[in-house]
Design a protein around this ligand. Structure first.
Ligand SMILES: [Zn+2]
Length: 57
């Protein structure tokens, strides 16, 4: 399990956005700017609802 992406629903505006599971920088919602993922050194801390896991190709 390395390099997965997650489809995350923003808790504020319900925008669906794909977030890298090991994001090394904070990922903000493209619509409202809410933080969707925070880097932790390993797997990112996902703030919104994960709708789906998208395997890296
Ligand atoms: Zn949003």
């Amino acid at each position: 399990m390395s390099g997965s992406f997650y489809k995350v629903e923003c808790p504020d505006c319900e925008n669906e956005q794909v977030v890298f599971g090991k994001a090394s920088t904070e990922v903000a919602c493209a619509v409202c700017g809410t933080t969707l993922a925070r880097p932790t050194g390993g797997n990112a801390d996902i703030e919104g609802d994960v709708l789906e896991t998208v395997e890296a190709r």
